[in-house]
Design a protein around this ligand. Structure first.
Ligand code: NAD
Length: 256
């Protein structure tokens, strides 16, 4: 059980981050929910987790594109036994047309934020005598696609950073690993289905199989519950010697 442990999950008001927050709450961890928006709905998500799982949960606003806010998130939480660096955005464009501000935002949110949160969280983990750093990378942390230069760069970068954190904590009861999902059924991906159907004049089933899941051999999405399950496993005693590595949840994508 993760009872008495505090988990901070960046970008956890929707999708994978929320799935991981719910899975860790299900194991008894107290939860810090984060996003940049600070809406009533955001606070409601934390309240919902607290009442559903009987844990402490609160929402802390912080923009993961800003170094000082990344650091303040962990400081405000006051404890961090489990750090899940999940916040991430995407932009698709050819490299010679890629907007500089999109490049900067993706590098900051998808990669540098994890450097800042980890820097503040590690001393807390050392003091507590236990810690887990879980970085949500991607199949794009291990392989590339055209038109995703910033995303692929940031995700490869965070896989590298994961290895460094693992080596710097190797003799301590702290591990650092990256989860590498393929396509996961999140609201973000669901929203792309109607456009894809229209663009290629395909049924929902064909759009999923031939376009969206083209590179996922299983032809099925991973679910946020499955990603949450992997995060829970990385916090379990069975995973104590798993550090500095990646766990793919991609239906065979990176086996291709
Ligand atoms: P999502 O859009 O559903 O959730 C992203 C979350 O990040 C939201 O809570 C959003 O509020 C938050 N966020 C965005 N910008 C932020 C900022 N500047 N500061 C703080 N929070 C911010 O996306 P998702 O699909 O759940 O993706 C989550 C992570 O998983 C990302 O790192 C993404 O790259 C990775 N991932 C997703 C998939 C997929 O198929 N969905 C596959 C591989 C990896």
């Amino acid at each position: 059980s993760l009872s008495g442990k505090t988990a901070i999950i960046t970008g956890s008001t929707s999708g994978i981050g929320l799935g991981i927050a719910r899975a860790l709450a299900g194991q008894g961890a107290d939860i810090v929910v984060n996003s940049f928006s600070d809406s009533q709905e955001d606070h409601g998500i934390a309240e919902g987790i607290a009442s559903e799982f009987g844990v402490k949960a609160r929402y802390v606003q912080a923009d993961m594109s800003k170094a000082d806010q990344c650091r303040a998130l962990v400081e405000t939480a006051g404890a961090c036994d489990i750090l899940v660096n999940n916040a991430g955005i995407q932009h698709v464009a050819a490299i010679d047309e890629f907007p500089v501000e999109k490049w900067d935002a993706i590098i900051a949110i998808n990669m540098s934020s994890a450097f800042h949160t980890t820097a503040v969280a590690l001393p807390m983990m050392r003091k507590a005598g236990w810690g887990r750093v879980i970085n949500v990378a991607s199949a794009h942390g291990l392989t590339a696609s055209p038109y995703k230069s910033a995303y692929v760069t940031a995700k490869h970068g965070i896989v590298g950073m994961t290895k460094v954190v693992a080596l710097e904590t190797a003799e301590e009861p702290i591990t650092a690993n990256a989860i590498c999902p393929g396509y996961v059924h999140t609201p973000l991906v669901e929203a792309q289905i109607p456009d894809t159907m229209k663009k290629y004049d395909l049924s929902r089933e064909d759009a999923l199989r031939d376009v969206i899941l083209q590179r996922q051999p299983s032809k099925q999405f991973a679910t946020v519950e499955q990603i949450g399950g992997v995060a829970s496993f990385l916090c379990s005693a069975a995973a104590e010697q798993i550090t500095g590595t990646t766990i793919s949840v991609d239906g065979g994508w990176t086996a291709l």
